[in-house]
Design a binder for this molecule. Structure first.
Ligand SMILES: NC(=O)c1ccc[n+]([C@@H]2O[C@H](COP(=O)([O-])OP(=O)(O)OC[C@H]3O[C@@H](n4cnc5c(N)ncnc54)[C@H](O)[C@@H]3O)[C@@H](O)[C@H]2O)c1
Ligand SMILES: [Zn+2]
Length: 334
């Protein structure tokens, strides 16, 4: 299904959405009087508490019970609208894909990370057994609204948190994102960033052919760090990209000037240090987390995305042992 992307200066009027619409929103947005006013126009509006604990079967069951008790109109026109960051989008996207075997889904991202990345391409997910996105479907939104006032209402840290996904797209297929620096305000860079992602998604929409896997750059080690240290997703991905760049450089796949440029970009934002975090982890725990990773190709091997230059990545199978050995090596390097 094709997703329509709508750029809007402010939140669209209630009349733009189908009559049988159900709104799910990040409760933090109620701090904004204009948002509170807007959402009051919906007869069914459910606040959600954002974060990884939302993306669980427990909260899914809780919400399903509340929805059923409120007697939602169970029609074919039922539309689920998600207003929030990636956690709200992933949760509501999954819900929309299973409720009555799937109903219309609309996303209105309220974080940069969601506007750049998670609202596009249709993936959703719940965490299970301490493993991120273990359960999920591919169920694209019919529309994604990118609302300037909503996105620009975020504190500046959220822009830094999204930077990992911005850097990812620059390294995969759009080097000019790094060369020109991301435009400020970030809202004006959205078309370029989204089209960089969608070029890859179109080659492999259901992730069956492998092409889409390059979007996992930085996510193998990123997810481990995100789970162990509760880092924001984009921040963890940024450190995962540094890990991949170091490994690629060590193997002679990546030349020094590009490595240095990536290193500088990673260190231009945020204060988490990869080596310090690697120094704090238990490798037994890491092995356990990796053994549940969706990128595993067998019980001992995983698909890993290396970098050959800014603008080109390589997908290779590596053994879990070599990945963990590299984490040990990077912990001691410098
Ligand atoms: N489906 C995908 O393709 C995909 C891609 C990347 C990431 N993800 C998922 O996205 C999630 C991370 O996304 P995220 O960083 O947006 O997380 P999030 O939804 O947890 O939001 C981060 C924080 O921002 C707050 N927030 C949201 N909108 C705000 C606003 N306008 N002003 C102020 N605060 C606001 C939230 O309450 C929360 O505290 C992870 O669960 C990750 O797995 C999914
Ligand atoms: Zn991501």
């Amino acid at each position: 299904m094709k997703t329509e992307i709508v750029y809007a200066p402010k939140l669209p009027q209630r009349s733009q959405f189908p009559a049988n619409s159900v709104l799910f929103y990040d409760r933090i947005l109620d701090r904004q009087p204009s948002f509170k006013q807007w959402r009051r126009a919906f007869s069914y509006a459910f606040p959600l508490t954002a974060g990884e604990s939302l993306k669980t079967l427990d909260s899914l069951q809780k919400i399903l019970k509340i929805m059923v008790s409120k007697g939602l109109p169970q029609t074919t026109e039922l539309t689920f609208i998600a207003v929030g960051g990636g956690s709200v989008g992933d949760f509501v996207g999954f819900l929309a894909s299973i409720f009555l075997r799937g109903r219309n889904f609309v996303q209105i991202p309220s974080t940069w990370l969601a506007a750049i990345d998670s609202a596009h391409g249709g993936k959703n997910g719940l965490n299970f057994n301490a493993v991120k996105n273990q359960i999920g479907t591919i169920y694209p939104a019919s529309q994604v609204y990118l609302v300037r006032t909503l996105l620009e209402s975020q504190p500046i840290e959220r822009e830094d948190e999204a930077f990992g996904e911005v850097l990812k797209m620059a390294i995969i297929n759009t080097p000019k994102i790094l060369q020109n620096k991301v435009k400020s305000p970030l809202f004006d860079s959205l078309p370029e960033l989204i089209s960089a992602k969608m070029k890859i998604v179109k080659m492999d929409p259901d992730e069956k052919r492998g092409a889409r896997r390059v979007l996992n750059l930085g996510h193998t080690v990123g997810h481990v760090l995100e789970s162990l240290f509760q880092l924001p997703h984009g921040e963890a991905v940024k450190l995962g990209i540094l890990f991949s760049a170091r490994w690629s450089f060590q193997l002679g796949l990546l030349k020094q000037p590009d490595f240095v440029q990536i290193w500088k970009a990673v260190h231009s934002r945020g204060d988490n240090d990869l080596q310090t975090l690697l120094g704090k982890i238990s490798f037994t725990e890491v092995r356990h987390l990796l053994s549940k990773d969706k990128k595993l190709v067998s019980s001992t091997e995983i698909d890993f995305i290396f970098i050959s230059k800014i603008g080109k990545v390589l997908r290779r199978k590596v053994s879990l042992d070599s990945l963990i050995n590299e984490m040990r090596r990077q912990k001691q390097e410098y």
